[in-house]
Design a protein around this ligand. Structure first.
Ligand SMILES: *Cc1c(COP(=O)(O)O)cnc(C)c1O
Length: 845
């Protein structure tokens, strides 16, 4: 429970409740000065600080003019941050002037949010990304509202048993002890959201709000008395339980989340979101709820509502692993929605709902497929992942080449003010912004090197502290742990590897040749030290075995000074690793890492990446900012592939990485190493930030989605009605659409580069109006099976018609050498689609 603060300290309460402090060091300093000893005891958790600091101390501070002055200054700075116009307000003004307004509100749904270690509502990269998205949106002034669940035990906390096995703990969190505020209605009663389930059960939830700078984050909590025990447990923990449990969580997130947003808007008068962004498929039912709203509230048909909803929905896919996609049995969905969520809702046939998640396996409902069908815009999270996603989901757009699949990519970024060490920021003005990256060029080498050493030394201290704690938990006594005082060395080349432990991330690849690793670690002249961390999903025995294998290796007294596994990887630990590691190692099985963000956080502090060219590193590696571990992509045998890639890793380490690190001038400084550090900070800083990412989302996805949405909703949903009617006609007549005849001229026996070919076609439209289709000439190279590749499409000009047969022509350039081919195709066309490819319908000659 929260202490009542003396009146002059009221601003302190506000500072604690706005998570902006988690990326604002001066506010953290202020908290520390409330009571430095208690601050350390409560592990830098400001809510606990206020709960545990003595009343006497608070009274003293309330009468301390120096403290009050700093408090009021911090409070005034927060108020300014929360209210002053920022990037988005400027853009919105420009947009309004040019008739292209930006959305007044954007909802961002995610199953996890990683904002600070004191709010442990995340398992890994997806959640940290969501947290960074909200923080950057706040910094930019983008009007985002986050929606998620409040898990009573978060993910889990990890410790190790004596023999190195992962143990999971689920200490329950008391939301009253977290930086959260429960939303209440006008009468002061907790706001309650309800969703119907089968057998007349109802799932209720309260809504908590975390304030992330300017951005509110709504978290639904089912652990309330109105619920029966099963429903109370729906939000027990993140990614726990079986399919039934997970489905209820996703229903609460998607369906309940939209209801929470509506209640929040009614309560605060905030505008309703114009764009809904689904971070991964788990929240996809938000589209179903918005369809229901329009069917029940506005009297639209299912098809009209579908078009209205799609226009304003953005779907981001995060996994290139088909097995990583969220799927349910179709029967389960049919039952829970048919007999529960939608039982009293006429106008939404369950068959139509099921069709949204249809895939090749007819017994399965696929959440990613639903995400793609409900979102008019979709993206992957790095360039390579965009490519992989277009291939992986090609089946939803049959008849098109993977390159034409309408899934774009926005490369992830990380929230620099959260992840950049103070010492790094002080290489510039102390502020973390784009000027910092340009200031790096002028920093003297000694200064840069001293900063790197300071950060490495901090990491060494943290490694020893955590290792001691873990060793005591594993049953050792203080008397046995003297050796820990000399674990790691602030002057030794330090490598970090920390992330979740799914098999594709290959935690133990470095153990492929244990003798070789040992000799690298223990080299008397040029030693290495490696810090490792990561949690395995509790149900993943294989992952836990990998951790055990790693821990056993690190337990060996011969190497334990140079390699450690630290349990309970979280934001609080991660920070020290990104600050202090010289090299950040990542060795996933390409191309299974969609993006990866930990290496970005290391880069922003001058760490160099040593990584397989996967995810973000595939597009950012430039030869001067780290090293690319060659991949054995084509090798089918996984063992052999691991051998080859591990060998390449050892070779790079021994011949390049450590050579450069230990190549010192007379001043003791590794000049060439530092040039790489400098280049990394200056060139990658601006590209890796979450503000770059969020501004990309605003410009490339949110703003266009809002414009599409306005167009379909205007005039009582006229656009949505028009689209649905046209879609119906297309469905009815498409079988009759035929390319009847194609001919060309100008393509002699030996076509010349630079010439053009005139292509003419006769097309039968089966009763569709010519405005309802796009006729395109497609050209590219042909393979031996006469299949077109590198397809370019150009629109064909109408030449007139005789009855239902329409004539078209186009001139296509001969741009490429090699076997050339062309064809003619017809696609459905409507001005409210983003692209004629969108519907996945095509008829080709
Ligand atoms: C950044 C981060 C991750 C994600 O790391 P990847 O490289 O994307 O696997 C996971 N956990 C924590 C605590 C992080 O800070």
């Amino acid at each position: 429970m929260r202490a009542k603060l003396p009146e002059p300290l009221a601003p302190l309460g506000e500072l604690v409740m706005n998570l902006r402090w988690s990326w604002n060091p001066p506010t953290v300093d202020l908290f520390a000065s409330v009571d430095p000893k208690v601050w350390e005891q409560v592990r830098q958790d400001p809510v606990r600080l206020l709960g545990e600091v003595s009343g006497q101390r608070l009274e003293a501070l309330a009468a301390d003019p120096g403290f009050l002055e700093r408090l009021n200054a911090a409070h005034a700075e927060l108020q300014r941050y929360l209210t002053e116009p920022r990037w988005y307000q400027e853009q919105a003004q420009l947009g309004a002037d040019s008739g292209e307004p930006l959305p007044a509100s954007i909802a961002y749904f995610s199953p996890e949010f990683g904002i600070t270690e004191v709010l442990p509502q995340y398992s890994g990269g997806l959640g940290i990304l969501a947290g960074d998205h909200l923080k950057a949106a706040s910094d930019l002034g983008a009007p985002i509202v986050g929606v998620g669940l409040l898990y009573r035990s978060g993910y889990f906390s990890q410790s190790l048993t004596a023999d190195g096995w992962q143990a999971e703990h689920y200490p329950p969190l008391d939301p009253h002890g977290l930086p959260l505020q429960r939303l209440t209605d006008a009468d002061g009663a907790p706001l309650k959201i309800s969703v119907n389930l089968p057998e007349h059960r109802v799932l209720h939830a309260h809504v908590w709000k975390a304030q992330v700078g300017r951005v509110p984050l709504l978290l639904l909590d089912s652990d309330i008395e109105d619920n029966s025990p099963t429903e109370r447990n729906v939000t027990d923990r993140l990614y726990g339980g079986g399919a039934d449990h997970r489905l209820l969580q996703e229903i609460l997130l998607g369906i309940g989340g939209v209801r929470a947003l509506r209640a929040y808007a009614a309560l605060t008068g905030e505008p309703a979101p114009e764009v809904f962004h689904t971070n991964e498929g788990h929240a996809g039912f938000l589209g179903v709820e918005r369809i229901r709203e329009l069917v029940q509230g506005a009297g639209l048909t299912f098809d009209q509502a579908l078009h209205a909803v799609r226009a304003g929905t953005v779907f981001t896919t995060h996994t290139p692993v088909p097995a990583g996609i969220d799927r349910f049995s179709r029967d389960l969905i049919a039952h829970v929605f048919g007999a529960g969520v939608l039982a009293d809702v006429p106008g939404i046939p369950i068959e139509r709902l099921l069709a949204l998640g249809a895939e090749d396996d007819s017994g399965v409902f696929n959440m990613a497929h639903m995400g793609l069908r409900l979102g008019q815009r979709a993206n992957g999270v790095s360039k390579l992942h965009g490519d992989v996603s277009r291939s992986m989901f090609n089946g939803l757009w049959p008849g098109f080449e993977a390159t034409e699949v309408p899934i774009t990519s926005v490369t992830n970024g990380v929230h620099a003010p959260t992840w950049v060490a103070r010492e790094t920021a002080e290489l510039g003005s102390g502020q973390v912004n784009d000027e910092l990256w340009s200031a790096i060029a002028g920093v003297p080498a000694e200064r840069l090197w001293a900063t790197r050493r300071t950060l490495r030394a901090k990491l060494v201290g943290e490694v020893r502290r955590r290792l001691r704690e873990s060793s005591l938990r594993r049953g050792h006594t203080v008397a046995e742990l003297g050796w820990i005082d000399s674990v790691f060395d602030p002057d030794v080349l330090t490598i970090g590897f920390a992330r979740r432990v799914p098999s594709y991330k290959r935690l133990t690849l470095m153990l492929r040749d244990p003798d070789r690793l040992r000799s690298l670690l223990l080299d008397p002249e040029r030693p290495l030290q490696i810090v490792i961390a990561g949690k395995s999903h509790p149900a993943d025995e294989g992952g836990k075995m990998l951790i055990q294998q790693m821990v056993r290796f690190t337990d060996d007294p011969a190497v334990r000074n140079r390699i450690v596994f630290l349990p309970d990887y979280d934001i609080g630990m991660a920070r020290y690793l990104y600050w202090g590691c010289d090299v950040w190692l990542n060795n996933p099985l390409r191309p299974l890492e969609a993006c990866g963000t930990s290496g970005m956080k290391a880069s922003l502090n001058g760490g160099l990446n040593l990584s397989i060219r996967d995810g973000w590193w595939d597009e950012m590696y430039d030869g001067e900012n780290g090293w690319a571990i060659p991949t054995a992509d084509g090798v089918i045998d996984p063992d052999r592939r691991d051998d080859l890639e591990a060998a390449a890793f050892y070779d790079l380490l021994s011949t390049h990485v450590r050579t450069l690190f230990y190549d010192r001038g007379e001043d003791g400084i590794p000049a060439r190493w530092l040039e790489m550090v400098r280049h990394t900070l200056s060139s990658m800083g601006p590209k890796l930030t979450a503000t770059r990412m969020v501004s990309d989302y605003v410009e490339r996805l949110y703003a266009p989605a809002a414009r599409s949405s306005i167009r379909v909703l205007a005039d009582d949903y006229a656009g949505a009605r028009r689209l649905a009617e046209w879609r119906g006609q297309v469905a009815e007549h498409w079988n009759g659409v035929k390319v009847a005849h194609v001919e060309s001229s100008g393509i002699g026996d030996t076509p010349e580069l630079g010439a053009t070919v005139n292509v003419r076609a006769e097309v039968n439209l089966g009763g569709l109006a010519p405005e309802a289709v796009a006729v395109q000439a497609c050209y590219g190279t042909v393979d031996m099976d006469d299949v077109l590749h590198d397809v370019h499409a150009v629109p064909m000009r109408p030449l007139g018609n005789g009855g239902d047969t329409y004539r078209y022509e186009a001139d296509i350039p001969l741009e490429q050498a090699g076997p050339f081919g062309y064809t003619v195709r017809v696609l459905p066309y409507h001005d409210l689609l983003t692209d004629p490819v969108e519907l996945g319908l095509v008829t080709t000659a």
